[in-house]
Design a protein around this ligand. Structure first.
Ligand code: FBP
Length: 552
Protein backbone atom coordinates (compact mmCIF):
# COMPACT_ATOMS: atom_id res chain seq x y z
CA UNK A 1 0.00 0.00 0.00
CA UNK A 2 1.42 3.41 -0.98
CA UNK A 3 1.14 5.85 1.89
CA UNK A 4 0.49 9.57 1.65
CA UNK A 5 2.73 11.91 3.67
CA UNK A 6 -0.25 12.81 5.85
CA UNK A 7 -0.96 9.16 6.55
CA UNK A 8 2.65 8.61 7.62
CA UNK A 9 2.51 11.69 9.83
CA UNK A 10 -0.80 10.61 11.36
CA UNK A 11 0.66 7.26 12.34
CA UNK A 12 2.93 9.19 14.71
CA UNK A 13 0.05 11.07 16.34
CA UNK A 14 -0.55 9.95 19.92
CA UNK A 15 -4.25 10.44 20.72
CA UNK A 16 -4.97 12.28 23.96
CA UNK A 17 -6.71 10.35 26.73
CA UNK A 18 -8.78 11.80 29.57
CA UNK A 19 -6.46 12.61 32.48
CA UNK A 20 -8.06 9.91 34.63
CA UNK A 21 -7.00 7.21 32.13
CA UNK A 22 -3.41 8.42 31.79
CA UNK A 23 -2.05 7.01 35.03
CA UNK A 24 -1.31 3.53 33.82
CA UNK A 25 -3.67 0.59 34.03
CA UNK A 26 -2.71 -0.30 37.62
CA UNK A 27 -3.97 3.08 38.78
CA UNK A 28 -7.47 3.21 37.34
CA UNK A 29 -10.28 2.55 39.77
CA UNK A 30 -14.06 2.88 39.70
CA UNK A 31 -16.15 5.56 41.36
CA UNK A 32 -19.77 4.52 41.66
CA UNK A 33 -22.45 6.99 40.67
CA UNK A 34 -26.19 6.87 41.14
CA UNK A 35 -28.48 4.03 40.13
CA UNK A 36 -30.17 4.81 36.82
CA UNK A 37 -33.68 4.73 35.35
CA UNK A 38 -34.75 4.74 31.72
CA UNK A 39 -35.73 8.13 30.26
CA UNK A 40 -39.37 6.98 30.03
CA UNK A 41 -41.55 3.88 30.34
CA UNK A 42 -39.53 2.75 33.38
CA UNK A 43 -41.70 -0.19 34.41
CA UNK A 44 -41.85 -1.63 30.89
CA UNK A 45 -38.11 -1.28 30.27
CA UNK A 46 -37.33 -2.74 33.68
CA UNK A 47 -39.52 -5.76 32.91
CA UNK A 48 -37.77 -6.28 29.58
CA UNK A 49 -34.26 -5.95 31.05
CA UNK A 50 -34.47 -7.65 34.46
CA UNK A 51 -30.73 -8.41 34.57
CA UNK A 52 -29.26 -5.18 33.22
CA UNK A 53 -31.75 -2.47 34.20
CA UNK A 54 -31.17 0.18 36.87
CA UNK A 55 -27.42 -0.31 37.29
CA UNK A 56 -25.20 2.49 38.56
CA UNK A 57 -23.53 5.02 36.40
CA UNK A 58 -19.77 4.88 36.96
CA UNK A 59 -16.68 7.01 36.36
CA UNK A 60 -13.04 6.05 36.42
CA UNK A 61 -10.54 7.83 38.62
CA UNK A 62 -6.97 7.56 39.86
CA UNK A 63 -6.62 4.83 42.45
CA UNK A 64 -5.65 1.22 42.89
CA UNK A 65 -6.98 -1.05 40.14
CA UNK A 66 -9.11 -3.61 41.95
CA UNK A 67 -10.37 -5.54 38.92
CA UNK A 68 -9.92 -9.28 38.64
CA UNK A 69 -6.70 -10.23 36.83
CA UNK A 70 -7.88 -12.60 34.13
CA UNK A 71 -7.13 -13.06 30.45
CA UNK A 72 -9.61 -11.21 28.24
CA UNK A 73 -10.70 -12.32 24.79
CA UNK A 74 -12.72 -9.50 23.31
CA UNK A 75 -14.67 -9.32 20.05
CA UNK A 76 -15.46 -6.06 18.27
CA UNK A 77 -17.72 -5.02 15.38
CA UNK A 78 -18.36 -1.82 13.47
CA UNK A 79 -22.02 -1.38 12.65
CA UNK A 80 -23.88 0.87 10.19
CA UNK A 81 -22.61 3.84 8.20
CA UNK A 82 -18.95 4.86 8.30
CA UNK A 83 -17.91 7.62 10.71
CA UNK A 84 -14.39 9.08 11.07
CA UNK A 85 -12.60 7.67 14.11
CA UNK A 86 -13.90 4.10 14.08
CA UNK A 87 -10.37 2.77 13.59
CA UNK A 88 -9.20 4.63 16.67
CA UNK A 89 -11.92 3.08 18.84
CA UNK A 90 -10.44 -0.28 17.91
CA UNK A 91 -6.86 0.95 18.44
CA UNK A 92 -7.74 2.34 21.90
CA UNK A 93 -9.44 -0.91 22.82
CA UNK A 94 -6.47 -2.93 21.59
CA UNK A 95 -3.87 -0.80 23.38
CA UNK A 96 -5.74 -0.89 26.69
CA UNK A 97 -6.22 -4.66 26.48
CA UNK A 98 -2.55 -5.24 25.70
CA UNK A 99 -1.40 -2.78 28.39
CA UNK A 100 -3.53 -4.66 30.92
CA UNK A 101 -2.17 -8.06 29.92
CA UNK A 102 -0.11 -8.80 26.80
CA UNK A 103 -1.90 -12.17 26.62
CA UNK A 104 -5.26 -10.47 26.04
CA UNK A 105 -6.76 -11.01 22.59
CA UNK A 106 -8.85 -8.72 20.38
CA UNK A 107 -10.87 -10.30 17.56
CA UNK A 108 -12.50 -8.17 14.87
CA UNK A 109 -15.63 -9.63 13.29
CA UNK A 110 -15.80 -8.54 9.67
CA UNK A 111 -18.48 -6.75 7.68
CA UNK A 112 -20.58 -5.57 10.63
CA UNK A 113 -22.97 -7.69 12.70
CA UNK A 114 -23.09 -10.33 9.97
CA UNK A 115 -19.45 -11.19 10.79
CA UNK A 116 -20.61 -12.35 14.22
CA UNK A 117 -23.25 -14.56 12.64
CA UNK A 118 -20.97 -15.93 9.91
CA UNK A 119 -17.93 -16.22 12.18
CA UNK A 120 -15.93 -14.12 9.74
CA UNK A 121 -13.08 -12.69 11.80
CA UNK A 122 -9.50 -11.51 12.16
CA UNK A 123 -7.29 -11.63 15.26
CA UNK A 124 -5.62 -8.24 15.64
CA UNK A 125 -1.87 -7.95 15.94
CA UNK A 126 0.44 -4.94 16.15
CA UNK A 127 1.51 -4.92 12.49
CA UNK A 128 -2.05 -4.98 11.25
CA UNK A 129 -3.52 -2.52 13.71
CA UNK A 130 -0.68 0.00 13.29
CA UNK A 131 -1.67 0.56 9.65
CA UNK A 132 -5.00 2.01 10.78
CA UNK A 133 -4.02 4.38 13.58
CA UNK A 134 -5.63 7.83 13.24
CA UNK A 135 -7.00 7.01 9.79
CA UNK A 136 -10.55 7.40 8.51
CA UNK A 137 -12.82 4.66 7.21
CA UNK A 138 -14.06 1.38 8.57
CA UNK A 139 -11.95 -0.78 6.27
CA UNK A 140 -9.99 -2.24 9.19
CA UNK A 141 -12.77 -4.86 9.44
CA UNK A 142 -15.59 -3.38 7.35
CA UNK A 143 -19.12 -2.57 8.46
CA UNK A 144 -22.67 -3.57 7.60
CA UNK A 145 -26.31 -2.99 8.42
CA UNK A 146 -27.48 -6.51 9.34
CA UNK A 147 -29.68 -6.17 12.43
CA UNK A 148 -28.87 -8.38 15.42
CA UNK A 149 -32.21 -8.64 17.15
CA UNK A 150 -33.71 -12.11 17.21
CA UNK A 151 -33.17 -14.80 19.85
CA UNK A 152 -32.00 -17.18 17.11
CA UNK A 153 -29.32 -14.69 16.01
CA UNK A 154 -28.22 -14.17 19.60
CA UNK A 155 -27.83 -17.92 20.07
CA UNK A 156 -25.55 -18.07 17.00
CA UNK A 157 -23.53 -15.08 18.22
CA UNK A 158 -23.05 -16.69 21.63
CA UNK A 159 -21.99 -19.98 20.11
CA UNK A 160 -19.45 -18.31 17.82
CA UNK A 161 -18.12 -16.23 20.72
CA UNK A 162 -17.81 -19.26 22.96
CA UNK A 163 -15.87 -21.13 20.28
CA UNK A 164 -13.30 -18.32 20.34
CA UNK A 165 -13.40 -18.02 24.12
CA UNK A 166 -14.74 -14.46 23.73
CA UNK A 167 -15.83 -13.08 27.10
CA UNK A 168 -16.82 -9.58 25.94
CA UNK A 169 -18.14 -7.91 22.80
CA UNK A 170 -17.82 -4.26 21.85
CA UNK A 171 -20.46 -2.95 19.45
CA UNK A 172 -19.56 0.32 17.76
CA UNK A 173 -22.73 1.75 16.28
CA UNK A 174 -25.62 4.23 16.28
CA UNK A 175 -28.89 4.24 18.19
CA UNK A 176 -30.25 1.06 16.60
CA UNK A 177 -26.99 -0.89 17.03
CA UNK A 178 -26.67 0.18 20.65
CA UNK A 179 -30.31 -0.73 21.27
CA UNK A 180 -29.46 -4.17 19.93
CA UNK A 181 -26.32 -4.21 22.10
CA UNK A 182 -28.52 -3.68 25.17
CA UNK A 183 -30.86 -6.50 24.14
CA UNK A 184 -27.89 -8.80 23.46
CA UNK A 185 -26.37 -7.90 26.85
CA UNK A 186 -29.63 -8.84 28.54
CA UNK A 187 -29.81 -12.10 26.59
CA UNK A 188 -26.21 -12.98 27.54
CA UNK A 189 -26.86 -12.18 31.21
CA UNK A 190 -30.16 -14.09 31.28
CA UNK A 191 -28.51 -17.16 29.75
CA UNK A 192 -25.44 -16.99 32.00
CA UNK A 193 -23.16 -16.94 28.98
CA UNK A 194 -20.41 -15.03 30.77
CA UNK A 195 -20.24 -12.66 27.79
CA UNK A 196 -20.27 -8.93 28.50
CA UNK A 197 -21.52 -6.43 25.91
CA UNK A 198 -20.33 -2.82 25.71
CA UNK A 199 -21.54 -0.18 23.21
CA UNK A 200 -19.77 2.85 21.70
CA UNK A 201 -21.70 5.87 20.31
CA UNK A 202 -21.05 6.33 16.58
CA UNK A 203 -22.77 8.28 13.79
CA UNK A 204 -22.01 11.33 11.70
CA UNK A 205 -25.70 12.24 12.00
CA UNK A 206 -25.24 13.52 15.58
CA UNK A 207 -28.63 12.08 16.58
CA UNK A 208 -27.25 9.73 19.25
CA UNK A 209 -26.89 12.20 22.09
CA UNK A 210 -28.65 13.02 25.31
CA UNK A 211 -27.87 14.38 28.75
CA UNK A 212 -25.17 11.71 29.08
CA UNK A 213 -23.73 11.29 25.61
CA UNK A 214 -22.55 14.73 24.55
CA UNK A 215 -21.96 13.70 20.96
CA UNK A 216 -21.49 10.66 18.79
CA UNK A 217 -18.09 10.25 17.19
CA UNK A 218 -17.65 11.19 13.55
CA UNK A 219 -19.99 14.20 13.73
CA UNK A 220 -17.05 16.55 14.35
CA UNK A 221 -14.95 15.42 11.37
CA UNK A 222 -17.85 14.96 8.95
CA UNK A 223 -19.30 18.42 9.64
CA UNK A 224 -15.85 20.00 9.44
CA UNK A 225 -15.33 18.33 6.06
CA UNK A 226 -18.69 19.53 4.74
CA UNK A 227 -18.13 23.00 6.22
CA UNK A 228 -14.80 23.27 4.46
CA UNK A 229 -16.49 22.49 1.14
CA UNK A 230 -19.45 24.79 1.82
CA UNK A 231 -17.04 27.58 2.78
CA UNK A 232 -15.16 27.06 -0.48
CA UNK A 233 -18.44 27.14 -2.40
CA UNK A 234 -19.42 30.35 -0.59
CA UNK A 235 -16.14 31.95 -1.57
CA UNK A 236 -16.64 30.87 -5.15
CA UNK A 237 -20.16 32.27 -5.08
CA UNK A 238 -18.90 35.54 -3.64
CA UNK A 239 -16.16 35.71 -6.27
CA UNK A 240 -18.19 34.90 -9.38
CA UNK A 241 -21.41 36.47 -8.05
CA UNK A 242 -23.61 34.58 -10.50
CA UNK A 243 -24.83 31.33 -8.89
CA UNK A 244 -27.11 30.22 -6.12
CA UNK A 245 -25.77 26.97 -4.68
CA UNK A 246 -28.18 24.47 -3.14
CA UNK A 247 -26.22 22.08 -0.91
CA UNK A 248 -27.91 19.01 0.52
CA UNK A 249 -26.07 17.47 3.49
CA UNK A 250 -26.42 13.98 4.96
CA UNK A 251 -27.78 13.36 8.40
CA UNK A 252 -30.90 11.24 7.90
CA UNK A 253 -34.01 12.64 9.64
CA UNK A 254 -32.28 14.96 12.09
CA UNK A 255 -30.89 18.33 10.95
CA UNK A 256 -27.89 18.45 13.32
CA UNK A 257 -25.39 18.20 10.45
CA UNK A 258 -27.08 21.01 8.48
CA UNK A 259 -27.28 23.23 11.56
CA UNK A 260 -23.63 22.68 12.54
CA UNK A 261 -22.49 23.43 8.95
CA UNK A 262 -24.60 26.60 9.00
CA UNK A 263 -23.06 27.71 12.30
CA UNK A 264 -19.62 27.17 10.78
CA UNK A 265 -20.24 28.84 7.42
CA UNK A 266 -23.09 31.39 7.86
CA UNK A 267 -24.91 30.69 4.58
CA UNK A 268 -27.91 32.70 3.41
CA UNK A 269 -30.36 29.88 4.08
CA UNK A 270 -30.35 26.72 6.14
CA UNK A 271 -33.56 24.74 6.45
CA UNK A 272 -34.12 22.83 9.68
CA UNK A 273 -36.48 19.86 9.33
CA UNK A 274 -37.58 19.93 12.96
CA UNK A 275 -38.68 23.58 12.59
CA UNK A 276 -40.55 22.82 9.37
CA UNK A 277 -42.44 20.08 11.22
CA UNK A 278 -43.15 22.21 14.30
CA UNK A 279 -44.49 25.09 12.20
CA UNK A 280 -46.23 22.69 9.80
CA UNK A 281 -44.66 24.57 6.90
CA UNK A 282 -45.89 23.73 3.42
CA UNK A 283 -43.63 23.37 0.37
CA UNK A 284 -44.99 26.70 -0.86
CA UNK A 285 -44.07 28.44 2.40
CA UNK A 286 -40.54 27.04 2.39
CA UNK A 287 -40.15 28.06 -1.24
CA UNK A 288 -41.37 31.56 -0.46
CA UNK A 289 -38.91 31.82 2.41
CA UNK A 290 -35.95 30.97 0.15
CA UNK A 291 -37.24 33.13 -2.71
CA UNK A 292 -37.53 36.11 -0.34
CA UNK A 293 -33.81 35.85 0.35
CA UNK A 294 -32.99 35.50 -3.35
CA UNK A 295 -35.14 38.55 -4.17
CA UNK A 296 -33.77 40.70 -1.32
CA UNK A 297 -30.21 39.94 -2.36
CA UNK A 298 -31.03 40.53 -6.04
CA UNK A 299 -32.35 43.96 -5.11
CA UNK A 300 -28.80 44.75 -3.88
CA UNK A 301 -27.36 43.44 -7.13
CA UNK A 302 -26.30 40.11 -5.55
CA UNK A 303 -27.59 37.30 -7.74
CA UNK A 304 -25.76 34.66 -5.72
CA UNK A 305 -26.09 32.82 -2.48
CA UNK A 306 -25.86 29.52 -0.63
CA UNK A 307 -28.67 27.40 0.83
CA UNK A 308 -28.12 24.31 2.99
CA UNK A 309 -30.80 21.63 2.80
CA UNK A 310 -30.84 18.75 5.32
CA UNK A 311 -31.17 15.27 3.84
CA UNK A 312 -34.38 14.43 5.68
CA UNK A 313 -36.24 17.68 5.05
CA UNK A 314 -39.13 16.39 2.95
CA UNK A 315 -40.17 13.88 5.64
CA UNK A 316 -40.92 16.86 7.86
CA UNK A 317 -43.18 18.72 5.43
CA UNK A 318 -46.62 17.51 6.57
CA UNK A 319 -48.28 17.60 3.12
CA UNK A 320 -45.30 15.76 1.63
CA UNK A 321 -45.47 12.97 4.23
CA UNK A 322 -49.14 12.48 3.40
CA UNK A 323 -48.28 12.35 -0.31
CA UNK A 324 -45.57 9.73 0.33
CA UNK A 325 -47.97 7.62 2.42
CA UNK A 326 -50.56 7.75 -0.37
CA UNK A 327 -48.00 6.79 -3.01
CA UNK A 328 -46.86 3.83 -0.86
CA UNK A 329 -50.49 2.74 -0.65
CA UNK A 330 -51.12 3.37 -4.35
CA UNK A 331 -48.30 1.04 -5.36
CA UNK A 332 -48.71 -1.56 -2.58
CA UNK A 333 -48.36 -5.22 -3.60
CA UNK A 334 -49.37 -6.08 -7.14
CA UNK A 335 -50.54 -2.58 -7.96
CA UNK A 336 -46.87 -1.70 -8.59
CA UNK A 337 -46.74 -4.19 -11.47
CA UNK A 338 -49.82 -2.64 -13.10
CA UNK A 339 -48.21 0.78 -12.74
CA UNK A 340 -44.88 -0.34 -14.17
CA UNK A 341 -46.62 -1.94 -17.17
CA UNK A 342 -48.10 1.40 -18.26
CA UNK A 343 -46.56 2.49 -21.60
CA UNK A 344 -45.43 6.07 -20.87
CA UNK A 345 -45.20 8.85 -18.28
CA UNK A 346 -48.53 10.40 -19.36
CA UNK A 347 -50.35 7.11 -18.73
CA UNK A 348 -48.58 6.80 -15.38
CA UNK A 349 -49.46 10.39 -14.51
CA UNK A 350 -53.15 9.67 -15.22
CA UNK A 351 -52.96 6.57 -12.99
CA UNK A 352 -51.44 8.68 -10.20
CA UNK A 353 -54.04 11.43 -10.64
CA UNK A 354 -56.85 8.90 -10.37
CA UNK A 355 -55.32 7.33 -7.24
CA UNK A 356 -54.27 10.30 -5.10
CA UNK A 357 -56.57 12.49 -3.02
CA UNK A 358 -57.19 15.98 -4.37
CA UNK A 359 -54.89 17.52 -1.72
CA UNK A 360 -51.98 15.19 -2.41
CA UNK A 361 -52.42 15.58 -6.15
CA UNK A 362 -52.14 19.35 -5.70
CA UNK A 363 -48.76 18.82 -3.95
CA UNK A 364 -47.65 16.29 -6.58
CA UNK A 365 -48.62 18.62 -9.42
CA UNK A 366 -46.29 21.42 -8.28
CA UNK A 367 -43.23 19.17 -8.11
CA UNK A 368 -40.73 19.28 -10.96
CA UNK A 369 -41.22 16.29 -13.28
CA UNK A 370 -37.81 14.81 -12.39
CA UNK A 371 -38.84 14.66 -8.71
CA UNK A 372 -42.29 13.28 -9.59
CA UNK A 373 -40.60 10.46 -11.44
CA UNK A 374 -38.08 9.87 -8.64
CA UNK A 375 -40.97 9.25 -6.26
CA UNK A 376 -42.00 6.30 -8.38
CA UNK A 377 -38.58 4.97 -9.26
CA UNK A 378 -36.59 4.86 -6.04
CA UNK A 379 -38.27 2.27 -3.82
CA UNK A 380 -36.95 0.16 -0.98
CA UNK A 381 -37.36 -3.64 -0.76
CA UNK A 382 -40.75 -3.12 0.93
CA UNK A 383 -41.93 -1.01 -1.99
CA UNK A 384 -41.77 2.27 -0.08
CA UNK A 385 -40.51 5.55 -1.47
CA UNK A 386 -36.94 6.15 -0.28
CA UNK A 387 -37.29 9.66 0.98
CA UNK A 388 -33.55 10.13 1.51
CA UNK A 389 -32.91 9.59 -2.20
CA UNK A 390 -35.17 12.44 -3.23
CA UNK A 391 -33.01 15.22 -4.62
CA UNK A 392 -34.49 17.86 -2.36
CA UNK A 393 -31.78 20.37 -3.31
CA UNK A 394 -33.11 20.21 -6.89
CA UNK A 395 -36.71 20.17 -5.69
CA UNK A 396 -36.34 23.46 -3.82
CA UNK A 397 -34.25 25.21 -6.46
CA UNK A 398 -36.82 24.29 -9.15
CA UNK A 399 -39.66 25.54 -6.96
CA UNK A 400 -37.79 28.75 -6.17
CA UNK A 401 -37.23 29.27 -9.90
CA UNK A 402 -40.98 29.03 -10.58
CA UNK A 403 -41.73 31.30 -7.64
CA UNK A 404 -39.29 33.94 -8.95
CA UNK A 405 -40.78 33.69 -12.44
CA UNK A 406 -44.18 34.52 -10.91
CA UNK A 407 -42.64 37.46 -9.02
CA UNK A 408 -41.04 38.67 -12.24
CA UNK A 409 -44.39 38.51 -14.03
CA UNK A 410 -45.90 40.54 -11.17
CA UNK A 411 -43.09 43.08 -11.45
CA UNK A 412 -41.75 42.49 -7.91
CA UNK A 413 -38.43 40.91 -8.87
CA UNK A 414 -35.97 41.64 -11.62
CA UNK A 415 -32.89 39.60 -10.72
CA UNK A 416 -31.21 36.62 -12.34
CA UNK A 417 -31.40 33.16 -10.81
CA UNK A 418 -29.03 30.43 -11.84
CA UNK A 419 -28.79 27.42 -9.52
CA UNK A 420 -26.12 24.76 -8.96
CA UNK A 421 -26.57 21.65 -6.87
CA UNK A 422 -24.39 19.62 -4.51
CA UNK A 423 -24.90 16.65 -2.22
CA UNK A 424 -22.37 16.24 0.60
CA UNK A 425 -22.49 12.92 2.39
CA UNK A 426 -20.06 10.16 1.58
CA UNK A 427 -17.26 12.74 1.20
CA UNK A 428 -17.14 13.23 4.96
CA UNK A 429 -17.71 9.79 6.40
CA UNK A 430 -14.20 8.43 5.91
CA UNK A 431 -12.07 11.56 6.26
CA UNK A 432 -8.97 11.37 8.45
CA UNK A 433 -10.47 11.97 11.89
CA UNK A 434 -9.93 15.44 13.31
CA UNK A 435 -7.77 15.56 16.44
CA UNK A 436 -11.01 15.72 18.42
CA UNK A 437 -12.42 12.56 16.86
CA UNK A 438 -9.04 10.80 16.96
CA UNK A 439 -8.76 11.56 20.70
CA UNK A 440 -12.42 10.96 21.51
CA UNK A 441 -12.55 7.63 19.67
CA UNK A 442 -9.28 6.35 21.13
CA UNK A 443 -10.61 7.29 24.57
CA UNK A 444 -13.94 5.53 23.93
CA UNK A 445 -12.10 2.35 22.97
CA UNK A 446 -9.63 2.53 25.87
CA UNK A 447 -12.49 3.21 28.24
CA UNK A 448 -14.50 0.27 26.82
CA UNK A 449 -11.58 -2.00 27.73
CA UNK A 450 -11.69 -0.66 31.30
CA UNK A 451 -15.44 -1.34 31.51
CA UNK A 452 -14.79 -4.89 30.36
CA UNK A 453 -11.92 -5.29 32.82
CA UNK A 454 -14.22 -4.26 35.66
CA UNK A 455 -16.92 -6.72 34.56
CA UNK A 456 -19.62 -4.34 33.32
CA UNK A 457 -22.21 -5.35 30.73
CA UNK A 458 -25.03 -3.50 28.96
CA UNK A 459 -23.01 -0.28 29.36
CA UNK A 460 -22.15 2.42 26.87
CA UNK A 461 -18.58 3.70 26.88
CA UNK A 462 -19.04 7.28 27.99
CA UNK A 463 -16.54 10.12 27.71
CA UNK A 464 -17.86 13.55 28.68
CA UNK A 465 -16.89 17.17 29.43
CA UNK A 466 -15.83 17.22 25.77
CA UNK A 467 -15.73 20.98 25.31
CA UNK A 468 -12.80 21.09 27.76
CA UNK A 469 -9.23 20.00 26.89
CA UNK A 470 -8.89 16.20 26.73
CA UNK A 471 -6.96 16.19 30.02
CA UNK A 472 -10.22 17.21 31.73
CA UNK A 473 -12.52 14.75 29.95
CA UNK A 474 -14.43 12.42 32.22
CA UNK A 475 -14.37 8.70 31.40
CA UNK A 476 -16.85 6.14 32.64
CA UNK A 477 -19.87 4.09 31.68
CA UNK A 478 -23.61 4.33 31.62
CA UNK A 479 -26.20 1.55 31.41
CA UNK A 480 -27.66 1.65 27.89
CA UNK A 481 -31.15 1.09 29.32
CA UNK A 482 -30.93 4.60 30.79
CA UNK A 483 -31.35 6.04 27.28
CA UNK A 484 -34.31 3.83 26.35
CA UNK A 485 -38.03 4.28 25.97
CA UNK A 486 -40.79 2.36 24.25
CA UNK A 487 -41.60 3.32 20.66
CA UNK A 488 -43.86 1.89 18.00
CA UNK A 489 -41.70 0.24 15.32
CA UNK A 490 -43.10 -1.87 12.46
CA UNK A 491 -46.45 -2.24 14.22
CA UNK A 492 -45.05 -3.37 17.59
CA UNK A 493 -43.98 -1.68 20.85
CA UNK A 494 -40.19 -1.89 21.13
CA UNK A 495 -37.59 -0.72 23.66
CA UNK A 496 -35.30 1.66 21.76
CA UNK A 497 -32.78 4.41 22.37
CA UNK A 498 -34.54 7.70 21.79
CA UNK A 499 -33.25 9.47 18.65
CA UNK A 500 -32.18 13.05 19.32
CA UNK A 501 -33.62 15.59 16.90
CA UNK A 502 -32.65 19.28 16.82
CA UNK A 503 -34.25 20.96 19.83
CA UNK A 504 -35.90 24.19 18.84
CA UNK A 505 -35.39 25.62 22.32
CA UNK A 506 -31.77 24.42 22.43
CA UNK A 507 -28.87 26.89 22.29
CA UNK A 508 -27.55 25.96 18.80
CA UNK A 509 -30.91 26.53 17.10
CA UNK A 510 -31.69 29.62 19.22
CA UNK A 511 -28.40 31.18 18.18
CA UNK A 512 -29.01 30.36 14.52
CA UNK A 513 -32.53 31.80 14.75
CA UNK A 514 -31.18 35.05 16.18
CA UNK A 515 -28.81 35.67 13.25
CA UNK A 516 -30.37 34.04 10.22
CA UNK A 517 -32.38 37.08 9.05
CA UNK A 518 -29.18 39.00 8.63
CA UNK A 519 -27.42 36.05 6.95
CA UNK A 520 -30.34 35.75 4.50
CA UNK A 521 -29.91 39.22 3.02
CA UNK A 522 -26.29 40.17 3.78
CA UNK A 523 -23.15 38.29 2.76
CA UNK A 524 -21.88 36.99 6.10
CA UNK A 525 -20.11 33.86 4.83
CA UNK A 526 -17.32 32.39 6.95
CA UNK A 527 -14.66 30.12 5.54
CA UNK A 528 -13.57 27.42 8.01
CA UNK A 529 -10.97 25.92 5.67
CA UNK A 530 -9.60 22.39 5.82
CA UNK A 531 -9.29 20.38 9.02
CA UNK A 532 -5.90 21.08 10.60
CA UNK A 533 -4.12 18.16 12.19
CA UNK A 534 -0.95 19.91 13.31
CA UNK A 535 -0.49 23.36 14.83
CA UNK A 536 -1.82 25.40 17.72
CA UNK A 537 -4.51 23.78 19.84
CA UNK A 538 -7.07 26.51 19.11
CA UNK A 539 -6.82 25.60 15.42
CA UNK A 540 -6.45 21.82 15.74
CA UNK A 541 -8.37 20.62 18.76
CA UNK A 542 -11.59 22.64 18.78
CA UNK A 543 -14.77 20.65 18.43
CA UNK A 544 -18.13 21.73 17.04
CA UNK A 545 -20.02 24.98 17.46
CA UNK A 546 -23.02 22.85 18.41
CA UNK A 547 -21.22 21.41 21.43
CA UNK A 548 -19.75 24.78 22.38
CA UNK A 549 -23.22 26.40 22.35
CA UNK A 550 -24.84 23.48 24.17
CA UNK A 551 -22.21 23.64 26.90
CA UNK A 552 -21.92 27.42 27.11
P1 FBP B 1 -25.58 5.56 10.55
O1 FBP B 1 -26.90 6.03 11.09
O2 FBP B 1 -25.48 4.09 10.45
O3 FBP B 1 -24.44 6.14 11.32
O4 FBP B 1 -25.42 6.11 9.07
C1 FBP B 1 -25.57 7.46 8.81
C2 FBP B 1 -25.66 7.78 7.34
O5 FBP B 1 -24.42 8.28 6.88
C3 FBP B 1 -26.79 8.77 7.07
O6 FBP B 1 -26.37 10.10 7.24
C4 FBP B 1 -27.19 8.43 5.66
O7 FBP B 1 -28.54 8.74 5.42
C5 FBP B 1 -26.99 6.94 5.61
O8 FBP B 1 -25.98 6.65 6.55
C6 FBP B 1 -26.57 6.44 4.25
O9 FBP B 1 -26.53 5.05 4.30
P2 FBP B 1 -25.77 4.10 3.29
O10 FBP B 1 -24.32 4.15 3.68
O11 FBP B 1 -26.35 2.77 3.55
O12 FBP B 1 -25.97 4.64 1.92
Amino acid sequence: MKLSPLQIARYQYQPKLPGMLRNGISEICVKNGDATESVADQEKIKALFPNTYGKNEITFQKGENTSEAKKQVVGVILSGGQAPGGHNVICGLYDALKATNPENVLIGFKGGPSGLLDNDFIVFEDDYINQYRNTGGFDIIGSGRTKLETQEQFAVVVENCKNHGVNALVIIGGDDSNTNAAVLAEYCAAHNTGIQVIGCPKTIDGDLKNEDIECSFGFDTATKTYSEIIGNIERDANSAKKYWHFVKVMGRSASHVALECALETQPNICLIGEEVAAKKMSLAQITDYIADSVAARAAKGWNFGVAIIPEGIVEFVPEFSVLIAEINELLAGEKADAFNALPNWQAKYDFIEAGLTKESMAVFAILPQSIQQQLFLERDPHGNVQVSLIESEKLFSAMVKDNLAARKAAGTYSGKFSALHHFLGYEGRCAFPSNFDADYCYSLGYNAAMLIQYGYTGYLSKVSNLQAPAEEWVAGGMPITKMMNIERRHGADKPVIRKALVELDGAPFKFFESVREEWAVETCFTYPGAIQYFGPSEVCDLTTRTLALEKA
